[in-house]
Design a protein around this ligand. Sequence first.
Ligand SMILES: [Zn+2]
Length: 252
Amino acid sequence: MPSRIHTLRVDSVVLRHSDWGEADRLLTIFSREQGKLRCVAKGARKLLSRKAGHLEPFTRVALLLAKGKDLWIVTQAETVEAWLPIKEDLTRTATAAYVVELLDRFTYEEGENQHLFQLLVDSLGRIATAPDLFLPVRYYEIHLLDILGFKPELFQCVKCRDEIKPENQYFSFLLGGVLCPRHGPGAEGARPVSMLALKYLRHLQRSTYTVALKADPPAITRYEMESLLNHYITFLLERGLNTPDFLRKIKN
Ligand SMILES: [Zn+2]
């Protein structure tokens, strides 16, 4: 952080918190202005603390931060959006926890990323209200990958660059995209993907959310889409492909 900045006003979402010392709370937030930040809320665990209620995970909160010795210190907090249905429903809580954890694991304190902030806010809003959470979460995953520089290639074979035809294909975690039936079988880290699952994944990738919502994949295809995205995400995280060094390399 530049040394001349002593206070900072941020629009942010609380990702997680933990106890800090006797009465304080350490927060990890994702802000519109500065991306991921860690800050301390002093006295937040004291009974009747006016700040405490604003600083729960999955809350959008406007904060005034003051520069401390090592960390930012929360001096004012005001809830912008509490997303109460997320806190009142176990399935929604677990889903929001997954969304927030993915963001947390894929990002470092590397500064502003407005697209990521907007995707997070939009997704939490959808998780709070959507009757069915399948599409909001898949949409989040696929667009998160896109923003982070891991957009899966779904339109061309990642080996021969031929356009993918409407037939069953393979997906390579290693190469980050689809392999045609000529190059898929036996390729390392590749698995089959059905024509239908691919069709819906493409639809999510290139559509606005409103348009994406019109998709209604059958249960077996939903399972396949979820499994493919989860495996790809796990692959990226386990390979350490989300580290700042690696990300800088692929951006350059
Ligand atoms: Zn090919």
